[in-house]
Design a protein. Structure first.
Length: 493
């Protein structure tokens, strides 16, 4: 991304020792360096730079030359050498640098810093971090009843079995919990005012998700008491889970939520445009994160505005995190293209420092696009992933996207690998008589038999075969963003 990521080479605590200028006064090297410990020249680094470095091996007073041209071993560090002690390995610089065309100037006051950086670069192990995200967990009655067991308990583990292979290899696993866990002691309800069982939360955790989004337009369906109930459930049952966009009795925290993966810090921010009212409910601003602004007197929400706190949060996050990810609950329901508001807000977020934006709310998928801000910042935006679970029946509400983002962590920074990033289009499958969820199926595996068995036509929808979903996937996402199952699973090897 924007920051150089030098994993505390940091932690190697280099100690610089200066030789006195005479061979017999050169500092002793106490560590033995095996051939396997010697950093190797890689094709990505100019090999001529390595000719200024020689590995000092204290075993039997020998040194092993490590240069681009073969050299005879020498008995000790040359006169006037400056020895850099880096844990198991010591390097010394020689006059050879002057004749090799190296860009390290031995007369420079920061020559030792340059040598240390070269050492760190050669010893840095590059790696990838994978983020996956699915859309709205919209718990209509058919979804809730799918997990209703014969003994009266609820269990939703089966609803995540189809994406288990991706959850197993992803590092960051995100789901949007659209509906609120407002109280297991209350009736479980559906549209328009939802109350969902906490058993869904248990299944989400068992499935392997480590980030849950709660800033949605349904967060206040059970009032502030419902928000507090959900917050307490998450914090009591799963204190280590990152649940964002919701706050309990103690009110809003100013801390930036951070998820750290292998030393890389991801700031995770979640906002909603509102909670199904034209005015902001009393005290709601202390229990969720608002994307929009509101009049403090009338509490009327300006749905065309951007809350300045959002920009402030992103800027603060950019200062403390390596990657900033924003999850806005926005857009027009059932519209498969982003609107001008989403375009404007996405650009403002990227300009403030957002690296990745993953949107929810429209209940249908929307495009994936790179956003370029006027200040030169660039970020990737998934405008909407659509539903993950629901019993909606319009064809586009059955098509959903699983976002897959690959971050490559190198010595010079972190970047999104575009060829390994995109969406896996999926179809939400359910049947009627009674209405129950069967699971999700990748579009590439969808068949005429599955289409014929789908319950949507029995509920007012239309028959949609494999060709329909393939065509719509191409139209909405663009073929360049569509990943196959094999392309995703290959990244877990």
């Amino acid at each position: 991304m924007k920051k150089s990521f030098k994993i505390a080479a940091l932690a190697m605590c280099a100690v610089i020792c200066m030789a006195c200028g005479r061979k017999d006064e050169a500092p002793a090297v106490t560590e033995t360096v095996s051939q396997e410990q010697v950093p190797q020249v890689t094709a990505s680094v100019d090999k001529s730079v390595m000719t200024i470095l020689q590995t000092v091996n204290s075993h039997a007073g020998q040194t092993t030359a490590q240069a681009t041209e073969s050299e005879e071993p020498v008995s000790s560090a040359p006169e006037g050498a400056e020895v850099i002690d880096l844990g198991n390995t010591s390097w010394y610089e020689t006059e050879q640098a002057v004749s090799t065309g190296s860009d390290i100037d031995l007369n420079s006051s920061d020559r030792l810093d340059q040598l240390r950086e070269l050492y760190e670069r050669h010893n840095f192990n590059e790696f990838d971090i994978h983020l996956m995200a699915v859309g709205d967990d919209l718990m209509h009655t058919g979804v809730t009843e799918t997990g209703h067991m014969a003994d009266g308990t609820y269990n939703y583990d089966a609803l995540y079995a189809d994406i288990a292979p991706y959850l197993a290899i992803a590092d960051i696993k995100v789901i949007n919990q659209e509906t609120i866990f407002g109280g297991d002691d209350k009736e479980f309800t559906s549209y328009p005012t939802f109350n969902s069982p906490t058993a869904m939360g248990d299944s989400i955790v068992r499935a392997g998700f480590n980030v849950v989004l709660q800033a949605t337009n349904h967060i206040c369906d059970m009032g502030i008491s419902g928000i507090n109930y959900a917050y307490n459930f998450w914090k009591t049952s799963y204190p280590d889970l990152l649940v964002i966009g919701i706050y309990g009795e103690d009110g809003k925290s100013e801390d930036i939520p951070i998820l750290e993966i292998d030393g890389v810090k991801f700031a995770m921010l979640n906002y909603t445009y509102g909670a199904n009212w034209e005015s902001l409910q009393s005290n709601l601003e202390y229990h969720t994160e608002m994307l929009t602004s509101w009049d403090p007197s009338s509490r009327k929400i300006d749905f065309n505005s951007l809350n300045p706190d959002v920009i402030d949060d992103i800027q603060r996050a950019e200062e403390i995190a390596d990657v900033v990810v924003v999850f806005p609950h926005w857009g027009i329901e059932y519209q498969t293209t982003e609107n001008s508001y989403q375009d404007w807000v996405a650009k403002a977020m990227v300009e403030a420092g957002a690296d990745l934006i993953v949107g929810t709310h429209p209940h249908v998928p929307q495009p994936v696009k790179w956003i370029e801000a006027d200040n030169g910042n660039k970020g990737l935006c998934y405008f909407s992933l659509g539903n993950y679970l629901s019993t909606q029946y319009y064809p586009d509400t059955l098509l959903e996207a699983m976002a897959w983002v690959t971050f490559h962590v190198g010595y010079d920074g972190i970047e999104i690998v575009e060829e390994d990033t995109g969406v896996l289009p999926m179809v939400l499958q359910y049947h009627t008589g009674p209405l129950r969820i069967d699971g999700v199926v990748a579009v590439e595996n969808y068949t005429d038999e599955l289409a014929a068995a789908h319950g949507a036509p029995n509920r007012g929808g239309s028959y949609c075969g494999p060709d329909h979903f393939k065509t719509r996937s191409s139209e909405i996402f663009g073929d360049e963003w569509i990943l196959t199952i094999d392309e995703i699973l290959a990244q877990g090897n």
